[in-house]
Design a protein around this ligand. Sequence first.
Ligand code: NAP
Length: 485
Amino acid sequence: MVSRVIPVETFDLVIFGGTGDLARRKILPGLFRRFRSGQMPAGSRVIGAARSELDSDGYRQMIFEAIAEFGGDEVHDKKSLDAFLKVLEYVTIDAKGDGGWSELADLVRQDVVQAFYFSVAPSLFGDLAERLHTYGISNDKSRIVVEKPFGRDLASAQALNKTLATHFDESQIYRIDHYLGKETVQNLMAVRFGNVLFEPLWNNQYVDHIQITVAETVSVGGRGAYYDKSGAMRDMVQNHLMQLLCLIAMEPPSHFDADAVRDEKLKVIRALQSVAPHHIVRGQYDADENGPSFREDVENPRSFTESFIAMRCHIANWRWAGVPFYLRTGKRMSARSSEIAVVFKELGHSIFGDEEGNEGRNILAIRLQPNEGMDLQVTIKEPGPGGMRLINVPLDMTFADALGDGAEDVADAYERLIMDVIRGNQTLFMRGDEVEAAWAWTDPLIEGWEARNDVPKLYDPGSAGPGDAMSLLRRDGREWREIKG
Ligand code: NAP
């Protein structure tokens, strides 16, 4: 099955921070894949903007090297790559100064879709927004894309929203969370709302609990200073895990439209109960032969910041009353794996006895990485002449297998989201009130453990986190799913 590629309108995309890590590793290689697939119409342009003194040819060389390093096999398609590099331009600009802005104004067209990607530190967002207006570059149809972190608490997120709102309407602001751009995440909505099968079971009558795991094997690496001020709660839970939770738990929107979807997500966040301290486990990875401890990585021997967090959450509404949502995320864990598992209740009554075995529950597992896909654990009869014996098997749909040739063009999250920006579709972007509501839930939890001087538990690198995280489920008579890479 070959997927359809629907071209977007002609656009000018300006990437502020066009020489940075994100631009080189994700944005530009992703745009090249969209170009090569035919989604980027002729005449569209990508304009890199940063302080580095480069001309457009120098920028093309930089991006050629970036695509060679971070792109996939498509880098060997030299003809397409040459053609793509020709759509790149570069302007030397200082977000805080006046140099380069008139040049940018001359370059950016007013009669095509305009998008400005703020791939810079959030402290520069206000300067960029202001100058885009002062120099008459943006208009009331321009779109701006802003990266995480969107604030570090409610007050800073409100301030950031206020700054952007000075120059741009909410309908022009695209707060990116790349988790929402993943194929599987969108499929979650397709599966829930496009099939008659699941929605009747999607409630506290049939669902025992839900687990959301985002496990990384990497350490904080070179981001130690930032991470020590952030921690897993701010860096992962407040945004990525919260968004996944919303999509799993929200009520069906009346139609698939940005505000209808985001209204329902917002209701979930507002219905999230505060989490009791004994339902939160925070951890820090220890040192091992492969690397230093968290405290060494962040160069702070007294750091109380968490590199791991697990918690049991509850959503106070009719659908989910009594259903625990277990969230966990951490660094230096046993495998790189992101998964949502909907664990259904046991049968009310089984007609099978010990001899046949009773292989347990249905579980719908939605894998975000690796091997994006889903599987549904079902009980069947073990094939063969051995009589009636039950086994539990996965009905597996790995997208790369299921889509065949089409999987080649399963876009990376960033490129998919950028195409949505050009289409003007905000469904997969966080609205300002959603971000603020997420911080309003997060802040008191952080303040709580800070006030208690809570010390994160040490855990072994390559493990599933501290032992207390296991107890969090065990004392409820449940187990975490194995983290499989
Ligand atoms: P980075 O590698 O430090 O790049 C920052 C970019 O901003 C560079 O291109 C830099 O170029 C430019 N810049 C800095 N000061 C500037 C100024 N005064 N005027 C104009 N340009 C300026 O950072 P990054 O990793 O790409 O991250 C960019 C944003 O994305 C950050 O908000 C980050 O939190 C977010 N983010 C990054 C990742 C990731 O994987 N990297 C993931 C999620 C979110 P010059 O020095 O040449 O000016």
